[in-house]
Design a protein around this ligand. Structure first.
Ligand code: SF4
Ligand code: MG
Length: 313
């Protein structure tokens, strides 16, 4: 992903210039094949918009997105159709993603039909196989979505995404609505599927502790900007950006000799309609100084293998 930008037109007002919502600003990152990239930040920071742009469900304002060497923003219609199969997205609310009047087995079979996957007379078997992959059983084929728990519904949605044999899946808050023990079951399932099917994930979450287990690399977003990126272990052992430090300090810790104190950020996230000058985080940063109000900090590769956008480094 190179220099990705999304600006939406804001509401029109009398006697004022048209407003622009700066949802995503100059975002660049790379997801290694077969790995998981965790994209983290508070709601409204632009992470879902980013996920949708990677699938071209939202058209970027500018920038480039390469998938297997091809700029997906320049594909023709046929290539885009293929891409739509190869890239899938799973959302937070599996209930709204499933038609309540269609039996879950049929909902998956429909996908196989639409894409002419396998022979028509073996499709029921194929659905059983997909059920098996995600930990459901064949007796559940004829049930309706409301007969399942939230975690099971997310398994059904995953089975449907897997039906087209994708290479890349965006999980947009895919486990956020589930209770903690169901969360870890679904995350374990996602990891098993990644191993077995060599899948690549963009895993979007507002909570750092959710991505810790699954992400190889983490990007932290604030107000449409990537403020820090590091390998998961490095980020957790030594968060560099003051915003990452605050997010991490909010996670309850069980190790008693931890000296990390809770950092409570003052104020609200400013509106993406009216981004602060200088560093976008300066209105809430405990370490802000005069320079931060004037100059936007450039991204630095300090230390090697990491990126941080902050004047402290
Ligand atoms: Fe805080 Fe300044 Fe760093 Fe921004 S650049 S995160 S305001 S210290
Ligand atoms: Mg979101």
């Amino acid at each position: 992903v190179k220099h990705l930008v999304k600006h939406f037109p804001g509401k029109k007002k009398l006697f004022a210039p048209p407003a622009v919502v700066k949802a995503v600003n100059d975002l660049s990152f790379t997801i290694g094949k077969g790995t998981t990239y965790g994209l983290v930040g508070e709601s409204g920071c632009g992470k879902s918009t980013t996920g949708r742009m990677l699938l071209r469900l939202i058209e970027p304002t500018s920038g480039e997105v390469f998938y297997q060497g091809k700029d997906i923003l320049k594909l023709n219609r046929l290539e885009l159709r293929q891409l739509r199969k190869d890239m899938q997205i799973v959302f937070q609310d599996p209930f709204s993603a499933l038609n309540p009047r269609i039996r879950v087995g049929e909902a998956i079979r429909e996908v196989l039909d639409i894409h002419s996957i396998g022979e028509p007379n073996t499709r029921r078997e194929q659905v059983y196989e997909l059920f098996h992959r995600v930990g459901l059983n064949r007796e559940q084929y004829d049930r309706y979505p409301h007969e399942f728990s939230g975690g099971q519904r997310q398994r059904i949605v995953l089975a449907r995404a897997l039906a087209v044999d994708p290479g890349f899946i965006v999980c947009d808050e895919a486990v956020s609505a589930l209770d903690v023990s169901t969360q870890s079951q679904v995350i374990n399932l996602l990891e098993d599927l990644q191993q077995d099917l060599s899948l690549t994930y963009l895993f979007i979450a507002h909570n750092l502790s959710v991505v810790r287990h699954i992400a190889d690399k983490i990007g932290v977003m604030y107000l449409g900007n990537l403020v820090e990126e590091a390998n998961t272990d490095d980020l957790f052992s030594e968060p560099l950006h003051p915003y990452t430090q605050a997010l991490l300090s909010a996670i309850p810790r069980t190790d008693l000799n931890s000296k990390r104190e809770r950092i409570v950020l003052s104020g609200d996230v400013p509106s993406p309609l009216n981004l602060p000058a200088g560093c976008v985080f300066h209105t809430r940063c405990p370490a802000a100084r005069e320079q931060c109000r004037q100059e936007a900090p450039p991204q630095k590769n300090v230390p090697a293998g990491r990126r941080v956008a902050c004047h402290l480094y």
